[in-house]
Design a binder for this molecule. Structure first.
Ligand code: GLU
Length: 323
């Protein structure tokens, strides 16, 4: 067989990667978001792939058009771009309904009329926080239909996904393989709320599949969600993307930056005179990328391997930027 013949054709080029930026317009973006979004951009752009933008604006009570505008402005200020239009989750209800119908056809959903307070009382785990509170299955097998649940409780039901017992392994490029026992840890989880809204877990899976996302790079606070999302991908007949959960950024006290960390918001840093090149340089250094000490995102293009990202949170304070 000659070079360039059938033998070399068998090593087919890897398919193009598709990543995404998925901010929630519920507050100002801070340095932690900037770092995750830069890493997602480097991953995709280094591989010549496609980067999608999605606004996760399903939470009508907390999403604000001004936060969406601020997020897009901040990302452009950083020097990030994306391909195609912004997809807003608030326009995607038909797709979420179709996914719920498929899960229902598979017999995986059941109506649940429990309130949060009732679940808390039932589990009697006084120190459990939201992430560790397990649903004990109170409504499993209780109602034959949503209508019956509504009629017998005078409440709008949520819909929960029936989760099989056992381990779900998340193969994460940054964190390594991690096993989750979803049934033991969170129980049957909601895919539609009692307000009739798709939950984050459902919407993110439906949208990542619809946008053809092959690589999800985001904060490691969502690592355990990846297990639930894998179960949904399987039931929806979609391939699971590759996972890259990167550590969140912490302040000098070791507290992870949150949306309320307004001093480290991009807008506050910009107003204090920090230039995007400084921020990009810091994000690159803190994730092991080589290049100049400061520069545009494109100055740090080059081979990208998320496995090289340290799993510890980088820390920042105003002094990081000479403030
Ligand atoms: N919209 C979510 C956030 O801003 C990210 C969800 C995801 O990346 O899956 O925290």
């Amino acid at each position: 067989m000659t070079r360039g013949g059938a033998a070399s054709m068998s090593t087919s080029p890897s398919p193009p990667i598709v990543g995404r930026l998925a901010p929630s317009p519920t507050g100002l973006l801070h340095l932690g978001h900037a770092r995750s979004f830069l890493l997602a951009w480097w991953q995709v752009r280094s591989a010549g792939g496609t980067l999608r933008m999605r606004m996760e604006d399903l939470d009508a009570g907390r999403s604000r058009p001004e936060f969406e505008a601020a997020a897009l402005r901040d990302l452009e200020w950083l020097g990030l771009d994306w391909d195609g239009e912004v997809l807003r989750q608030s326009t995607r209800h038909d797709a979420y309904r179709a996914a719920l119908a498929r899960l229902d056809d598979l017999g995986r959903l059941y109506p649940c009329v429990c309130t949060r307070a009732e679940i808390e009382r039932a589990v009697s785990a006084p120190h459990a926080d939201d992430a560790t509170r397990r649903y004990p299955g109170t409504c499993l097998g209780k109602f034959s239909s949503e209508d019956e649940a509504r009629a017998s409780s005078s409440r709008e039901p949520a819909l929960r996904l029936r989760v099989d017992p056992g381990t779900t392994r998340v193969e994460d490029a940054v964190c390594g393989p991690r096993d989750f026992d979803i049934q033991a840890e969170v129980g049957d989880f909601p895919v539609r709320t009692r307000d009739g809204m798709p939950t984050y877990q459902l919407a993110v899976v439906v949208d990542d599949a619809a946008q053809g996302v092959t690589d999800v790079l985001r904060g490691d606070d969502l690592l355990s969600s990846a297990a639930r999302q894998q179960v949904l991908y399987a039931w929806l007949g979609q391939p699971t993307p590759r996972w890259h959960h990167v550590p969140l950024v912490a302040d000098l006290d070791g507290q992870r930056l949150a949306k309320r960390s307004d001093a480290m918001s991009l807008v506050a840093l910009r107003e204090a005179g920090v230039e995007p090149e400084d921020l990009v340089g810091w994000a690159a250094r803190s994730s092991g990328r080589t290049g100049p000490s400061r520069g545009t995102p494109a100055d740090f293009l080059g081979s990208f391997d998320s496995a090289a990202i340290r799993p510890e949170s980088p820390t920042v304070g105003p002094a990081t930027f000479g403030l």
